[in-house]
Design a protein around this ligand. Structure first.
Ligand SMILES: Nc1ncnc2c1ncn2[C@@H]1O[C@H](COP(=O)(O)OP(=O)(O)OP(=O)(O)O)[C@@H](O)[C@H]1O
Length: 304
């Protein structure tokens, strides 16, 4: 459905993203991880046609039959928000502080041709779909009257308003506290038609995505199903990312990982993964690690 081939992004003569290629199938949830400055956001912004002034993209990116790169701005505006839409990290800067949130959700539909009365009605339905309580009342609120988590749900409602084929999220939960983050991630996983999820938090990727792309220095250096990449990282950088993440005991180099990502919600907080580890016993030296959302992820076998 989305097919990106040889995407490069440059500012003047400096190449910031280099020859990135990947695909996302309908319904697939793909994580894009990498350290700060590795090119994740620029990759997403290139697909949205939202690159900053002076930054240009080359290569091809097709979403179904539509070209996303090198398209005149007028046509891109029609694609943006309709075929592909994006949720950013900080909803306060993305929302208009002077406009009621219901009107902001409705506006993205009227811009794409929905009659105003129907758009207002659908805005309340969408606020309900992203599980905001009393959606009619929320629709009449201004952004500052909502919590950070509620504002982020409004952004998700806006992103879903025109039923896009692909949702791109750039660190959408970083500013939220852990419980709100978990609820938001579950909601995104449930409502996204297909997802490109950008984060530097491996635990978040493990809890929401099926496949992962690892970026380093502007390139995709590794890609594959989450279980495979996290269990047997092939690139040194991915190994380093794992070693530095909450998914491993810090600073320990561990050759083998057993276990897998349990379905969200399957294990309660504090559950012990050891019982499920096929190699449980003397070789299973370390305690299992819990991901940020409280789910057991892996069991380590130093030297196994
Ligand atoms: N407008 C710009 N002009 C020049 N260089 C830029 C511009 N925007 C970003 N860059 C550079 O491009 C590189 C990739 O940036 P990008 O924002 O895509 O990284 P990222 O992986 O999303 O990082 P983070 O996780 O911190 O958001 C960085 O080195 C950044 O400094």
């Amino acid at each position: 459905m989305l097919s990106v081939e040889g995407l490069s992004v440059s500012a003047e003569s400096v190449r910031l993203v280099r020859e990135v290629s990947f695909a996302i199938a309908p319904g697939e949830r793909v994580g894009l991880i990498g350290e700060s400055g590795s090119g994740k956001s620029l990759t997403a912004l290139a697909l949205m046609g939202l690159l900053p002034e002076g930054v240009t993209a080359t290569g091809t990116a097709r979403l179904r039959e539509h070209d996303l790169l090198g398209v005149p701005e007028g046509r891109l505006k029609r694609l943006r928000g309709r075929d592909v839409s994006m949720v950013f990290q900080e909803p306060m800067t993305a929302l208009n502080p002077l406009m009621r949130v219901g009107a902001q959700v409705a506006e993205v539909m009227t811009l794409h041709g929905e009659p105003a009365a129907r758009a207002r009605e659908r805005a309340v339905e969408l606020l309900d779909r992203v599980r905001l309580p009393r959606p009619g009342q929320i629709a009449r609120a201004y952004p500052h009257q909502l919590s950070g988590g509620q504002r982020q749900r409004v952004m998700l409602a806006i992103a879903l308003a025109n039923e896009p084929d692909l949702l791109i999220c750039d660190e959408p939960t970083t500013a939220l506290d852990v419980t709100v983050q978990k609820q938001m991630l579950e909601l995104i996983a449930e409502v996204a038609p297909a997802l490109l999820f950008i984060t530097h938090d491996l635990a978040v990727v493990a809890s929401i995505c099926e496949r992962v792309l690892v970026m380093y220095g502007g390139r995709v250096v590794e890609t594959g199903p989450i279980r495979e990449v996290f269990a047997r990282p092939r690139h040194r950088y991915t190994e380093g990312l794992l070693a530095a993440s909450r998914l491993t005991p810090r600073g320990t180099r561990l050759p083998t990982i057993q276990g897998s990502v349990p379905p969200a919600g399957r294990f309660p907080d504090g559950c012990v993964f050891r019982n499920r580890c096929p190699q449980a016993g003397p070789a299973c030296e370390t305690e299992p690690t819990l991901t940020g959302d409280g789910h057991a992820f892996a069991c380590w076998h130093p030297g196994a």
